[in-house]
Write a protein that binds this ligand. Structure first.
Ligand code: CA
Length: 230
């Protein structure tokens, strides 16, 4: 069965063009024209990915993305944002709120299709995250909650392990301090814990990971990313 894509777009011509071209690629398409309907459709249709226009009547694309990322069952659905604006700041906000990729209108359908496939490939890899993950000197056993660097065990606290796991699950993507706070400390706790707490935990995590610390990079002003390359 081909992947189901939810298209959230209020401009009818663009929505139609996407529907036609993506259906031709074999995807199953569901189209909605505003943010509120998008959230309802995500629950009902359980799409494999979402193409989300930034400028929507009412709730905009950034708010939709934020709402999706806040909930566990929708938090990992890949999102490609579409926008008419080319401002770098919107792009960064979009990525910070958890969009997986970004396209500025007008875009070529060919490029969008290839990005959709790349994002789905990455998401597939994420869903199938094995019990064990290793890169370079680092090995993580998720089921046994064990981490080792150069075959030497590393003792992590529960929060440090959760932080590392969250970063690895989203590898290649920048996660904001706010996102990490929600994911590791939970929303209730997040009100009492400050985003600086994330920085402090990343620092101790890095010092414990020694030569594997290089995989956790700081994206200045935005957050952290687990690197997938050496
Ligand atoms: Ca629009």
């Amino acid at each position: 069965m081909k992947e189901k894509i939810l298209v959230v777009e209020d401009e009818k011509d663009i929505a139609k063009m996407l529907e036609y071209n993506l259906a031709k690629e074999g995807f199953r398409i569901v189209i909605v024209n505003n943010g509120e309907n998008a959230l309802a459709a995500v629950k009902k249709e359980r799409p494999d990915m979402i193409i989300l226009d930034l400028m929507l009547p009412g709730m905009d694309g950034l708010e939709v993305c934020k709402a999706l990322r806040k909930q566990k069952e929708t938090g990992s659905i890949p999102v490609i944002m579409l926008t008419a604006k080319s401002q770098e700041s919107d792009k960064i906000i979009g990525l910070e709120l958890g969009a997986d990729d970004y396209m500025t209108k007008p875009f070529s359908i060919r490029e969008l299709t290839s990005r959709i496939k790349a994002v789905l490939r990455r998401a597939g890899g994420k869903a199938k995250l094995p019990d064990e993950f290793s890169i370079g000197p680092l090995t993580i056993d998720f089921s046994a909650i064990r981490v080792s660097v150069r075959n030497k065990p590393v003792n992590l606290t529960a929060k440090e392990f959760a932080l590392l796991k969250t970063l690895v699950e989203a590898k290649g993507r920048v996660l904001s301090r706010g996102y990490l706070l929600d994911a590791v400390w939970g929303l209730d706790d997040a009100l009492n814990v400050q985003t600086r707490t994330v920085d402090v935990h990343v620092r101790t995590l890095r010092s414990k990971l020694k030569s594997a610390a290089k995989y956790i990079t700081t994206v200045k002003g935005f957050g952290y990313r687990f690197e997938t390359d050496e």
